[in-house]
Design a protein around this ligand. Sequence first.
Ligand code: NAD
Length: 361
Amino acid sequence: MKQAQIVVVAGDGIGPEVTREARRVLEAVAPQHGIALHFEEHLIGGASIDAHGTPLRDEVVERARKSQAVLLGAVGGTKWDAMPVATRPERGLLRIRKELGLFANLRPASVFPALAQASTLRPEVVTGIDMLVVRELTGGLYFGEPRGMAVVNGLREARNTMVYDESEIARIARVAFEAARGRRKHVTHVHKANVLETSQLWVQVVDEIAAAFPDVTVVHQLVDSCAMLLVRDPRRFDVIVTENLFGDILSDEAAQITGSLGMLPSASLGAGGIGLYEPVHGSAPDIAGKDVANPLAAILSAAMLFEHSFAAIAAAKQIRDAVTAVLDAGHRTADLLSPGERREAIGCRAMGDLVVAKLGA
Ligand code: NAD
């Protein structure tokens, strides 16, 4: 049996509701693939502020460091909105990402056939979308120095710096090529090399890493044309790898064309080999505690956990197939219903029950 140490930080709002369903799914699948799960539950965000006066305790960071994977719900809520930025629930999230050195953010964007109508694009354009955006998370314009605002010669001036060294590019490129190996073996590197030296270095280093992956094809795509192609012909993309700012924008664009926020999982991978898995959505205080949240983004994050932290590709596929089957059978949480659709919505727990039942546990 493979041993799996998992820290669960469910957080606030709908976080605990959706994470509970994701955990049930992990428990249903793991034994079928020779994995023994060991869970620890800890507080993060507002829940941790209420109990301990801080959004993330050092002990939780230490436990996360000793684990192989962290499953996170969501943090934040109106109750803590008036707090100073430095002590708000979101600080807990930023800190755990930083402490674990998570430099690669993976966001799959795929369209479940049963939900093709939910996209703002025509169904014939979105049916079959299956891409993975791999975004560099700890470098580039968001962190580069010098930065800041000043008054120069009587004019307000602001400055940010985009800087990457080759090691930062190489490690994220490797993540992208390895992910492509488990998919359709195609990497699109998104850049602006016609005007940016940082992009020129990215092109060089991505090509160097590509040499070690002869089974994977790579194309270099300008960021502006990529933004257009994402809405014109999104099916052409398999893995997209790009720097922090471009990735921030393109991952939201890719997510949006698939439809519902309640369906989008994510993984963040770090230098220490620990992965953090969380739905893209927030704590949704407007629906918290009502058993109406869609747990599928959290459940699909659990699939990513198996795939990336335990190389359990078959287990991940089993979860995705179960989600597909439940949607194909017509089951929907409220967020997945189109306006005027007459079928009855099911709750968070009921959706979890249906997925678990499909998993044959
Ligand atoms: P949100 O994602 O929480 O909600 C946006 C809208 O989508 C809401 O109407 C909500 O009801 C709906 N929604 C979200 N997830 C859903 C799900 N699984 N099922 C059904 N409907 C769902 O974003 P927001 O309202 O801007 O933020 C609420 C709080 O969450 C804030 O405190 C914010 O800081 C926090 N937040 C946390 C994270 C995170 O923990 N990663 C991310 C985004 C926002």
